[in-house]
Design a protein around this ligand. Structure first.
Ligand SMILES: [Zn+2]
Length: 103
């Protein structure tokens, strides 16, 4: 596999950079997200994407997008931005209620 990143995938990567709780991600913005190439999906069937072979890259390079399904009823598909929550918002999310029920 070697294809251009799809617009919805690029939008999710941009959203993640905008909401990253891990510190300064300025170096990850040097190359436009739209220029990422998808070189591999995950063998387990999840929607994770590799942007570099073997997930190796240099400083500031986005090498993969790991996607975890945390709910038994999850679609196992690529997420929509409307379904993403920042780390801060996640604290208000209720698994018990099955999703978007703000407490
Ligand atoms: Zn997987």
């Amino acid at each position: 596999m070697d294809r251009a990143i799809a617009p919805n995938e690029a939008a999710v990567v941009r959203w993640l950079l905008d909401h990253a709780p891990v510190g300064d991600v300025t170096a990850c913005r040097i190359h436009p997200v739209e220029e990422l190439r998808v070189v591999k999906g995950c063998d387990c069937g999840c929607a994770s994407l590799d942007f570099q072979p073997h997930a190796w890259g240099g400083a500031g390079e986005i090498v993969l997008l790991e996607i975890y399904d945390c709910h038994p009823g999850a679609s196992h598909g690529f997420p929509e931005i409307s379904n993403l929550w920042s780390f801060k918002e996640g604290g208000r999310w209720s698994f018990k209620e099955g999703g978007r029920d703000l407490q």
